[in-house]
Design a protein around this ligand. Structure first.
Ligand SMILES: Nc1ncnc2c1ncn2[C@@H]1O[C@H](COP(=O)(O)OP(=O)(O)OP(=O)(O)O)[C@@H](O)[C@H]1O
Length: 266
């Protein structure tokens, strides 16, 4: 198992606030690393630093062995293709006037000249059709607009778009938090299926420990910008070391002790 991401001494200050504070973290290729913590603990900032959407105040992020801070622009563009993100509310990031072909195909058109213009249209539709099929949507939905879909279907569309450039890493920031529980389970199943088929690495940000329990291999617990605990999922749920982790686990809105035992043993 090799590390796809290596984060060292990472810090991000916003004024007097250290949103991320001396974080060291590895993401192993092929794993799902969950990042949990209460609101404002720095989860999103950490992932934005990882994706190089923000510049760190200090510290480094290496992706596939390369330090993102020192990469020449052309190489950074290439590496960026390998890191994609899926957010909680895909609707807000979809142009309501674009059809699904344009939404899912946009990264392809940006990066591949051959898919532009009239000549590229059929090839683009074929590629988008394959991506939609991979996320469980019929290729025919290409001509529809975002408002014609349910929340779960829209999340599938944004997953298809994230996969368009064949990334190695997908950052999922609360990807199922806006969905009903049954739809949430279907999307989590889809993500697990895609991960094994496409050998994806996931960084999964969530405040929902039931979701983390279902999908994570390892869990990093953040508090006030720091990682206070990092452990294999089973170990973390069975035997949390840090008091803050215990507080988070205690806050799970499910008083049934059998459920707690299931978490510990599954
Ligand atoms: N662009 C910014 N400018 C100023 N402060 C920021 C900015 N982004 C984040 N912060 C601050 O950094 C801290 C961490 O925020 P962050 O959004 O990373 O936390 P989070 O754990 O993702 O929270 P949530 O679960 O609510 O999304 C917070 O105190 C937040 O107010």
């Amino acid at each position: 198992m090799t590390n796809l991401v290596e984060i060292r001494g990472l810090r991000k200050d916003y004024g007097a606030v250290a949103a991320v504070d001396h974080v060291d973290l590895d993401v192993v290729g092929g794993e799902t690393l969950a990042v949990v913590g209460e609101s404002g603990s720095g989860k999103t900032t950490l992932t934005r630093l990882l994706l190089r959407l923000e510049e760190p105040t200090t510290g480094s992020v290496r992706f596939a062995g390369e330090d993102l801070a020192t990469l020449p622009a052309a190489r950074l563009r290439k590496v960026r293709r390998e890191m994609q993100v899926v957010l909680q509310d895909p609707y807000s990031s979809m142009n309501p006037r674009l059809r699904v072909t344009e939404i899912v195909g946009e990264p392809l058109v940006t990066h591949e000249r051959g898919l532009r213009g009239r000549g590229g249209r059929n090839r683009l539709r074929a590629r988008v059709g394959e991506l939609l099929d991979a996320v469980g949507l019929a290729p025919e939905v290409q001509d529809r607009y975002p408002h014609e879909f349910s929340g779960g279907q829209r999340q599938r569309i944004s997953i298809a778009r994230a996969l368009a450039l064949e990334p190695r890493l997908v950052v999922l920031d609360e990807p199922t938090s806006a969905l009903d529980v049954s739809v949430q389970a279907q999307v989590l199943d889809l993500l697990a299926d895609l991960q094994s088929r496409l050998q994806l690495t996931y960084v999964f940000v969530s405040h929902n420990l039931a979701v983390v329990q279902q999908i994570a291999d390892r869990v990093a617990v953040m508090r006030a910008g720091k990682i206070v605990e990092l452990a294999a999922k089973r170990q973390l749920f069975a035997k949390p070391e840090h008091e803050y982790t215990r507080t988070l686990l205690d806050a799970v809105p499910d008083p049934d002790p059998r459920r707690a035992r299931r978490w510990a043993t599954s």
